[in-house]
Design a protein around this ligand. Structure first.
Ligand code: ADP
Ligand SMILES: N[C@@H](CCOP(=O)(O)O)C(=O)O
Length: 293
């Protein structure tokens, strides 16, 4: 048996739609795999009642198929599905690493990115790699058609998860199909600022770059309380706030000493909007880890 822990991730970071992602140091999914003649799936943990065990509908089924590695796969969910925290990506990445070990396929973490992205295609319709890349490799990742670039960033974060479900598939439907040149220039500037901030481990620069005028405003409408939560986090000291992935989680970046205040302000603002929520005080973390062979 092989057991792998793969972390939650936050994709986009405002200015890097379908490209930027970070691994969070918590929460995480744990996946156990054992060789079998055909793939079967068992799911326990947070939100498991909403996750199909049919290999054609669970992301890990697509990963097993892509690696030609049938197995009994047990998923212990720590990342709530439809959270905007890369729940499906955590399972896909963990399964890719575990099955690669179990069957001695010899693929590198970078080579596993497109394999794990097959899982994303099952649930969101597109094999976007911006969550699976950091879930596999850790740190801050830039996923493009040419491959993945990683930065071993160390940035404090708060991820606030409201009790609202937003499916990635639905949230991709509201993304505008075009953007003005002004909006493009704005986004490129912010994205470049964010990337430099990650390299310099500077939360102020990362926060300044965590903004876009195209995708985030469209998705904010799907999150009851988003604008108040964003304002509250900025007032409490966050240097940037945006929708995490496709939402509904809201991601804030701040100095480590401000995390508790920022988390409290976000929770209070959701509460005022009558939305129950929980906050993860976290930071950019490591990628998937094999912890039992
Ligand atoms: N192993 C899995 N983990 C999480 N969600 C899964 C898994 N397999 C299939 N799904 C389905 O994927 C959807 C959640 O994925 P998605 O909408 O991308 O949310 P998230 O932003 O949390 O990844 C749900 O409909 C869920 O049933
Ligand atoms: N780039 C994707 C990221 C989806 O992230 P998730 O955590 O919501 O699955 C998108 O924005 O659609």
């Amino acid at each position: 048996m092989v057991t792998v822990r793969a972390p939650a991730t936050s994709a986009n970071l405002g200015s890097g739609f379908d490209v930027f992602g970070v691994a969070l140091d918590r929460p995480a999914d744990i996946v156990h795999v054992e060789r079998a003649d055909r793939t079967t799936i068992e799911v326990t943990g947070v939100g498991s009642q909403y996750i199909p065990t049919d290999p054609d509908r669970n992301v890990v089924g697509a990963v097993a198929e892509a690696l030609d590695a049938p197995a009994h796969i047990r998923i212990d969910k720590g990342v709530r599905p439809s959270s905007g925290l890369g729940s499906s990506a955590a399972s896909s990445a963990a399964a890719a690493v575990a099955l690669n070990e179990l069957y001695d396929r010899g693929l590198s973490r970078e080579e596993l990115v497109p394999v794990a992205a097959e899982g994303e295609a099952v649930v969101s319709g597109e094999a976007h790699a911006d969550n699976v890349a950091p879930a596999l490799l850790g740190g801050f990742t830039v996923a493009t058609d040419e491959g993945v670039t990683t930065v071993d960033a160390d940035i404090p974060l708060v991820a606030c998860l409201p009790e609202i479900a937003v499916s990635t598939r639905d949230a991709r439907r509201v993304v505008p199909s075009d953007a003005s040149i002004e909006d493009m220039v704005h986004t490129v500037g912010r994205a470049a600022t964010l990337a430099v901030g990650m390299c310099r481990r500077d939360p102020d620069l990362v926060g300044a770059g965590m903004h876009d005028r195209v995708v985030t405003p469209a998705r904010a409408e799907l999150i009851n309380g988003y604008h108040a939560v964003r304002e509250a986090a900025l007032d409490a000291g966050a240097s940037g706030v945006t929708v995490s992935g496709a939402g509904p989680s809201v991601l804030g970046v701040c100095q480590a000493a401000d995390r508790t205040r920022v988390a409290g302000a976000m929770l209070e603002a959701f509460d005022e909007a009558d939305v129950a929520a929980r906050a993860y005080k976290t930071r950019v973390g490591r990628g998937a880890e094999v912890f039992e062979l």
